[in-house]
Design a protein around this ligand. Sequence first.
Ligand code: FES
Length: 298
Amino acid sequence: MARTISQRIVDQLPWLDDVAEKTQPKVREVIDRGGATLRNVLDGVWFEIPLHPALTDVPIGSWTATLVFDGLDLATGSKATRNAADATLALGIAGGVAAAVTGLSDWRYLSGGSRRMGVAHGLLNTAGLALSIASLALRAKGSRNAGRLAFLTGFSISGAAAHLGGELSYKYGLRVNRNVFEEAGPDEYTQVLEESELSDSGMRRVEVDGVGVLLSRAQGGKICAIAATCNHFSGPLEEGDREGDTVVCPWHKSRFDLCTGQAIDGPAVFPQSLYHARVRDGNIEVKAAAENVQKKVR
Ligand code: FES
């Protein structure tokens, strides 16, 4: 795969890997110590969206407003716009801290080029955030011009960091629902397995119309079917552990409801693609759920 300009620059900085080697295990340890509740909040499981990208809108939006209010302040000398500049700067700092924490959480599973890119993204964002904090302090001391300069420098650095964040999503597919790139599955009920081959407590992966489907029998006896490939980073769910009517991904421990596909524990936040299942003449048949077909990328 061809490399982007940013990748070529980042790849010239091998010390980023050293930073990652030293910090990533500690980040994982701290987040894991917080338990499933903390992990699920940081991942965005309860909101059913990845939390980090949503939070980055706060500093981007707030600091853009700071830029406008600083300009208006310079042009008019209005106290109201000056106060608005300071308030939006402070709001952006608060959002930036929250985005940093959730970003670290997303980064804890990365490896190779994406991890290196993540370090560059994080370091640039840290520099941008530090300059915004310095700007707020300078403004509070009455050094408004120095404060504006510090903010402008920080905002520019944050812009470069945001570009790398975009590459992490669009180039490396970080925090993208991997299920949408798979085949939708059959739109009519299709025979996939003899019912007798599915044990009460087991799970079976079957292939149908180019997609892997994970079959299971719920504790109440109902036969359930969800995508067999984890939507986080494509882990094979059939190799995961079954816990009641849930399955735990063998790669990063996301837990999904076997009958609804709902993500119960992160890092995955999206539900698994869902399939309808029924038994006819001793055979299990499945077909893709309608909402599942609609979200596929063609
Ligand atoms: S691949 Fe990461 S939790 Fe499944």
